[in-house]
Design a protein around this ligand. Structure first.
Ligand code: NIG
Length: 409
């Protein structure tokens, strides 16, 4: 092999590959250019130009953070302090960030985004989605999508975040499902709607989801965050890739999300609706934790994401989210790691080789360590992924590779 890096003596390798049961001991990986070329036992590894001895430590896929809002300006520390003093989160602060974002220059927005992406990379994140949603005019949403597209793997249009201050709701809905969608569509791969009282009700959410489908874009839903509502069922009805938040679910919601996977064969083709839980957001808003274990036991496919944003979850630490999902939401460590890697990749439509980027170019899979997948890996200074929850808060990721390139930590 040429231009190959062999990482050997891996104590525990999380592959997310059914072919080897998802996990190997005493393993090795060969990275060739931007792809995984070989996976197997260290004592069977082929020769390579470069070798790295993992010294019995754990290697796993880079985190796939499938839900963030990283393109913004401004600060909401005061709102956070008020919340910690007992105020309830009610989404009103979104318009504060909208004002700051509109007032920021392109350079300011880009610098802030680059800082957040670098932080995420240092924590082991190798695939990032981010949403628009703090511009809420045609020009500001297009600007956010364009800037984000230069720095993250997937951009989602969230014009349907809130009704901007001073706007008539009916006129804004016409805009967001019409001219704004048309202008942003070339820059995004999905459309999201905040389906919640105080944001977009069922009827309005239906219009947003139908317009996304008509435009040939994937659908996603912010649902059941602040109270019980129609978000989860709508997401399933409209074939959304994911429904995210999920703090308030009844039995029918859980069954519908789980049933959306009943005919999935684990391969490509249209998957069901991923249940994305956002543990850091639930903590920061002091809202009920999403019932991740219940969803998982019912048969749902889970993703864990950071929801990095200035209002409800100002962290990109997927390690923290995984630890919280294990310690507080009842997931096993293996389930949580799978949700924060493979689950995010499924939610983004990037889990199978050959998914198409916005330019229509076929790309290698992310979220798994298997031959042909993008070489996105992280090395932990620990013998197993269990330490992510056993030693919460510790910066265990000591090296990250994205598309075969070492990301300096
Ligand atoms: O996912 N729920 C809506 N959107 C964000 C919050 C954004 C904000 O408060 O600025 C979320 O939590």
């Amino acid at each position: 092999m040429t231009n190959a890096l062999l990482i050997e003596s891996i104590g525990e390798l999380t592959t997310n590959d059914e072919a080897n049961g998802g996990r190997l001991r005493d393993a090795a990986v060969v990275v060739e250019d931007d792809r995984i070329a070989w996976v197997g036992a260290t004592d069977r590894a082929p020769a390579a130009d470069e070798r790295l001895d993992a010294g019995g430590r754990a290697v796993l896929p880079g985190w796939v953070d499938s839900h963030t809002h990283m393109i913004f300006a401004g600060d909401r520390t005061a709102e956070f302090e008020a919340r910690m003093s007992g105020e309830t989160y009610a989404a009103g602060g979104i318009n504060v960030t909208v004002e700051a974002t509109r007032a920021a220059s392109d350079a300011e927005l880009e610098t802030n985004l680059k800082r957040l992406v670098a932080e995420a990379n240092r924590g082991g994140t190798t695939t990032l989605e981010t949403k628009t949603g703090y511009g809420l005019t045609v020009a500001d949403e297009v600007r956010a999508a364009e800037i984000a597209g230069r720095h993250v793997d997937a951009v989602t249009f969230l014009g349907a975040h809130v009704i901007p201050s001073g706007k008539d709701p009916t006129e804004y809905l016409d805009l967001v499902t019409g001219p704004m969608l048309d202008a942003v569509a070339p820059h995004v791969s999905a459309v999201d709607v905040f389906c919640e009282s105080g944001a977009f009700d069922e009827e309005a959410s239906r219009r947003v989801l139908a317009s996304a489908r008509a435009a040939g874009l994937s659908r996603r839903v912010h649902g059941n965050q602040l109270g019980h509502g129609p978000g989860a069922l709508l997401a399933v009805e409209y074939g959304a890739r994911s429904v995210d938040h999920l703090g308030f679910l009844d039995d029918a919601d859980v069954a519908a999300i789980a049933d959306s996977w009943s005919s999935w064969d684990g391969g490509s083709g249209h998957p069901g609706t991923v249940a994305t839980v956002l543990p850091a957001c639930d903590l920061s808003t002091r809202m009920p934790l999403a019932p991740a274990r219940r969803l998982r036991d019912a048969g749902a496919v889970l993703a864990i994401a950071s929801n990095c944003n200035p209002g409800t979850s100002y962290t990109s630490s997927m390690g923290f989210c995984v630890a919280t999902a294990v310690l507080q939401m009842g997931l096993t460590i293996q389930d949580a790691v799978r949700a924060a890697t493979m689950g995010g990749a499924i939610a983004l439509g990037m889990y199978e080789d050959g998914w198409c980027d916005p330019r229509g170019i076929a790309q290698p899979a992310v979220g798994a360590i298997r031959p042909g997948a993008r070489a996105d890996l992280q090395l932990l200074d620990a013998p197993s992924v269990t330490h992510l929850a056993y030693r919460p808060g510790m910066p265990l990721t000591v090296a990250t590779w994205r598309a075969g390139e070492y990301v300096v930590s």
